[in-house]
Design a protein around this ligand. Structure first.
Ligand SMILES: Nc1nc(=O)c2c([nH]1)NC[C@@H]1CN(c3ccc(C(=O)N[C@@H](CCC(=O)O)C(=O)O)cc3)C=[N+]21
Length: 294
């Protein structure tokens, strides 16, 4: 089976976002994303700089605020308040995870809901669950688009989400079972306490692997022709070298799957594309400019 090309689908989304940026510019609005970093996770810096590059590619403004990892948590809270009050900033992303002295929940509820392009604010989580999403969280939204690009319509199908995180598992399940395009699947959420995980995944037409465990989903766990979406980004040592693997044992599962996403080049680029999407959406709504979202 050939892989679903996340880079290609993400490039299409970026093209559409670039058109939105032009429309906004014509209306006198320069959409801007603010990224905030206060993290000791070594990958965070790379991710944030990728997001900055993406903004540039679609003609969007971006600002970055680095908060010293040793600074008191208040410094991060103050930074968020300033960005909330800044009319020239339309989207705010605080890179997760934040350092230990920071209260993550406080961060999530501090970002103004209208600028919360991650979709992590409790108000936006509530709206998603209520079927009235403002910003669909970037990774699950990107996965919906990947499924559509592979002509996989979840409607009426069995979807199994492996992982129950607030960032991926929970919102993914909500989108998959929710009404509307890309939804209407019969959806099961499995997690670390699930007994006989394979009995669930084997029944699935669509498996979303978001457990955070390298190559956790093996060929014996999926049925012939299933669509397998790999959300994992795990850096592991292989033959003395550091490489990136997903939560799916890609090569063996690919022989059985009807469609599968690779790592890298699958879900990751889509997450970043949907962040740009949410940012132009935010800018359009904040300024009352109609844009045609891709
Ligand atoms: N507030 C917040 N929002 C996030 O969306 C968020 C976050 N915090 N913290 C960390 C995770 C992780 N994440 C990734 C996005 C894209 C790639 C990505 O584009 N990966 C490429 C290559 C990665 C590589 O080469 O290292 C790929 O899969 O092809 C990876 C990881 C967003 N996250």
């Amino acid at each position: 089976m050939t892989d679903i090309d996340g880079n290609a689908v993400a490039a299409e989304i970026r093209d559409g976002v670039a058109d939105c940026v032009e429309t906004l510019n014509d209306a006198g609005v320069e959409p801007a994303l603010a990224t905030v970093l206060m993290s000791d996770d070594p990958a965070s810096e790379t991710y944030v700089s990728m997001k900055q590059n993406d903004c540039e590619e679609v003609g969007m403004q971006s600002v970055h605020v680095d908060v010293d990892n040793d600074a008191p948590a208040q410094e991060l809270y103050d930074t968020i308040d300033e960005l909330n009050a800044d009319d020239e900033v339309h989207g705010i992303l605080v890179q997760m995870p934040v350092v230990d002295q920071v209260d993550t929940r406080r961060v999530l509820r501090s970002v103004a809901p209208a600028k919360d392009v991650d979709g992590f604010h409790p108000e936006n989580v509530g709206r998603l669950v209520a079927g009235n999403a403002r910003f669909k969280p970037c990774t699950p939204h990107g996965i919906q688009r990947l499924l559509a690009s592979a002509d996989v319509d979840p409607e009426g199908k069995e979807a199994v989400v492996v992982g129950r995180s607030d960032i991926v598992g929970k919102p993914m399940a909500n989108l998959l079972f929710g009404r509307g395009p890309g939804g209407n699947a019969t959806t099961t959420v499995c997690h670390s306490r699930t007994e006989d995980l394979a009995s669930h995944t084997r029944r699935a037409d669509i498996v979303v692997a978001a457990a955070g465990i390298p190559e956790f989903i093996t060929a014996d766990m999926v049925s012939e022709g299933a669509t397998v979406i790999d959300v994992g980004i795990n850096r592991v040592e292989r033959d003395g070298e550091s490489t990136l693997v997903g939560d799916v044992a890609h090569d063996e599962v690919a022989e059985k799957a009807g469609a599968i996403t690779p790592v890298p080049g699958g879900v990751g680029p889509m997450t970043r594309a949907m962040l740009l999407y949410n940012t132009v959406k935010a800018a359009g709504e904040q300024h009352g400019v109609d844009i045609e979202l891709p």
